[in-house]
Design a protein around this ligand. Structure first.
Ligand code: 3HC
Ligand code: NAI
Length: 686
């Protein structure tokens, strides 16, 4: 308490989550503020890097939320007859923003992020957010923020009326000045602004507008449950009765909190953070500095990888074999940035400053002062070995050498450098500037500081990193292989591409296997299969991935050639009788029985149970450190529905025993000559 102003500081690292002790502390502080006659105003602030970043996600899985409930605390705040100023910085999210909205005034540092991201966790805001936000910013904006979960920055928040002031001075000074102003205003007879008492915009057309929103939201069974919950709460808010709205919000929140989707999404949230930790590695291990990055090969991947670093302000030099290839690569990066600038996503200055960080060269000597060099040349072992040997010689001592290979043995490439301890795999996904996933491949000799540095760097460039051991396909593509294998057998047995895709898309996969390959390119997929088969990495089954090979031979390369698994009318995929003819012919050639009826349940099990089983094997072989890492790979990189928690989480929900039984069933029906249906040890033991 200083000069009539009581400061309440929340200090609950790491992110000041509204855990039980914080709620209890806030309530006690409110009581003190009410009873202490010296207090004229309150400043609510938080210590450390952020204001309150949310409710405590760890508490959501508890059978019952423990008192005092947030609503209890926030009601005490609104009931205080002295102004409360919330001083905001960092991430003001979820319960944090709900807390701020229960204060009378809000001031934020520029750069502060404010939002209600609850839908991303499968819940609705549960502490008045669905009732106060529409009263402060209007129904449309509130719905946009809460159904997307996207945050706004402080500048936008000011325009929207979510905060009262943007702090130009240090936050503390701005909050003090605002508190003084608030005391004056109250003395002058102005009532305290209380969010829950504000009128809500409501007119005759409101019902139609909400109905239009409902139609735009993803279906509840496809992960849209929480967004529909938000809509229900906002509809209640529109009635104008805050208490009733709050009661409905609590009901919806409680119904969603322990729903399968919410438990799965919270699992993914924590799994992503856990994946960044490397068992056995000290948290404070000395990292290698990475101030400049070199990239060899300015093709599809090289250019996309370069953009990640440039976006983070790290200079990049790309090395190519010919000036034509180099200019093409640089040109594509520029075109990408120009497209972003045209859409207003980056400014003209940002475009210029990013391009200024990107250089090209035809000379490997340009890589000599790089701290990290990533090779992204053609997927060819002899070529990569040669490139790695040159990098081993040219990169400065202590520099990290990374390979972006998707199928080659990282240990073999590491050996080629002559300095295997410096080598790691960095498996980016295409488009590399967009996809969040980064598989970090730990070779047999990779030095721990190299691994730790790359994991940290991944976060710097906005990726979600997961460590994989060395094996064919690493975690993601190795699992995708068994899924694609079964998709092709199902096609040969008589299911159509559209039917196969629909079954998994209805379950929530972003894209079914046939559409996925058509988009990525049948040629690209077939070449990988052909090479891996030649090298004996994919077993000896003559009918293995026969469909993709045949489509490739026929020049049906997918969307880009107008036909692949599907035929394309523009970008629209339509079933093609020609595909049906091709797969029937292949079935005859390989002695695969055709069936007139294949159930949706079989399609689902045939595609996903082998995939789950492969994941279990990956954990057993220690290719992944933990099951959650596999869930992160698939939700961040393969369009696996996060509301299903990832393959390992989903397998756990279905039950390993059930999965083992069905694998045995298909093994009996289809034969198990190639071990396709052999259960992992964990499934066999279930
Ligand atoms: N509850 C519990 N723990 C949390 C948390 C939360 N809301 N938010 C972050 N953490 C933990 C993380 O698990 C991590 O712990 P660890 O170090 O032990 O792994 C630590 O805080 C730091 O988090 P990050 O590694 O994510 O740090 P970043 O600096 O990269 O990001 C952040 C910070 C932007 C705040 C990010 O953590 C985030 O987005 N958090 C979640 C925000 C959120 O969803 N809030 C809404 C919660 S739901 C809610 O509030 C319900 C309400 O309506 C009742
Ligand atoms: P790409 O063919 O688009 O680009 C390769 C580039 O490397 C070409 O521009 C070529 O001129 C250049 N190059 C070849 N030899 C070189 C040398 N000795 N020195 C310098 N540059 C050289 O290939 P893409 O698709 O970018 O693939 C590169 C690597 O990334 C491969 O290992 C591939 O397996 C991997 N990858 C590809 C993905 C994809 O979806 N395209 C996804 C993940 C990894």
């Amino acid at each position: 308490l200083d000069d009539g102003i009581l400061t309440i500081e929340i200090d609950h690292p790491p992110v000041n989550a509204l855990a039980l002790p914080v709620r209890a502390g806030l309530l006690a502080a409110m009581q003190a503020a009410r009873t202490d006659a010296r207090v004229q105003a309150v400043i609510l602030q938080a210590a450390g890097r952020t204001f309150v970043a949310g409710g405590d996600i760890g508490e959501f899985a508890e059978p019952a939320m423990i008192d005092p409930h947030n609503n209890h605390v926030f009601a005490a705040m609104e009931a205080l007859d002295k102004p409360i100023v919330a001083a905001l910085h960092g991430s003001v999210l979820g319960g944090g923003l709900e807390l701020a909205m229960a204060a009378h005034y809000r001031v934020a540092l520029p750069g502060t992020k404010l939002g209600l991201p609850e839908v991303k966790l499968g819940i609705v805001p549960g502490a008045g957010g669905t009732q106060r936000l529409p009263r402060l910013v209007g129904v449309e904006t509130a719905l946009k923020m809460m159904t997307s979960g996207q945050a706004v920055d402080a500048g936008q928040a000011l325009t929207l009326g979510l905060i009262d002031e943007l702090a130009s001075a240090p936050l503390r000074d701005a909050a003090l000045a605002l508190a003084r102003k608030a005391i004056e205003a109250q003395r002058a007879g102005q009532p305290l602004p209380i969010a829950s008492r504000r009128a809500i915009d409501n007119d005759a057309a409101q019902g139609d507008r909400l109905e239009a929103w409902r139609r735009r939201l993803p279906a509840p069974e496809r992960g849209g449950q929480a967004a529909h919950g938000v809509l229900q709460c906002v509809q209640a808010a529109c009635s104008g009765n805050f208490e009733r709205g709050l009661a409905i919000e609590t009901e919806v929140f409680e119904a969603l909190r322990l729903s399968p989707a919410s438990l799965a999404l919270c699992h993914v949230f924590f799994a992503e953070r856990e994946a960044a930790r490397i068992p056995g590695l000290a948290r404070d291990i000395a990292l290698r500095p990475v101030a400049k990055v070199g990239i060899v090969g300015a093709g599809t991947m090289g250019g996309g990888i370069a953009m990640n670093f440039v976006d983070a302000g790290i200079p990049v030099v790309m090395v190519e074999v010919s000036d034509a290839a180099l200019q093409r690569g640089l040109g594509i990066v520029r075109a990408n940035y120009e497209a972003s600038a045209a859409k207003g996503r980056i400014s003209a200055e940002q475009l210029a400053s990013r391009m200024a960080l990107l250089h090209g060269s035809l000379d490997y000597a340009a890589l000599a002062d790089c701290d990290l060099v990533i090779e992204a040349v053609f997927e060819n072992l002899a070529l990569k070995q040669q490139v790695c040997a040159r990098l081993g010689a040219v990169a400065r001592p202590g520099a990290i050498i990374a390979t972006n290979t998707s199928t080659l043995d990282v240990d073999v490439l590491a050996a080629a450098t002559g300095r295997a301890a410096d080598v790691v795999g960095m498996h980016f996904f295409s488009p590399a500037n967009v996809m969040r996933l980064l598989e970090v491949v730990r070779g047999a000799a990779t030095a721990p500081p190299v691994l730790a540095t790359v994991m940290k760097l991944a976060a710097t460039i906005g990726k979600v990193p997961v460590v994989s051991g060395v094996c064919y396909g690493f975690i993601g593509n190795r699992m995708a292989e068994v899924y694609l294998r079964e998709a092709e057998y199902l096609l040969m047995e008589g299911a159509s591409p559209a039917r196969i895709d629909r079954v998994v898309e209805d379950w929530g996969m972003a894209m079914g296997p046939c559409r996925m390959i058509d988009m990525a390119g049948v040629d690209v997929a077939a070449k990988t299969v052909i090479e891996a088969t030649l090298e004996g990495k994919l077993g000896a089954d003559p009918s293995y991935r026969a469909v993709v090979r045949r489509l490739h031979e026929l020049g049906r390369h997918g969307q880009k050639t107008g036909a692949g698994y599907y035929r394309y009318e523009g970008r629209k995929a339509v079933d093609d009788p020609e595909t049906a003819r091709i797969v029937a012919e292949l079935a005859a050639r390989h002695g695969i029985a055709r069936r007139s009826e294949i159930s949706d349940a079989e399609i689902f099990e045939r595609l996903l149970y082998p995939l789950f089983n492969e994941g279990l094997k990956i954990v057993e072989e220690r290719i992944a450190y933990r099951a959650g890492d596999i869930d992160v790979v698939w939700t961040a990189g393969y369009g696996f529905p996060a509301h299903r928690g990832g393959p390992m989480w989903a397998a756990g929900q279905i039950g390993l025993r059930r999965i083992a039984e069905r694998l045995a069933h298909y093994g009996r029906e289809r034969g198990n000559a190639y071990g396709y249906w052999t259960p992992a040890a964990a499934a066999a033991a279930a």
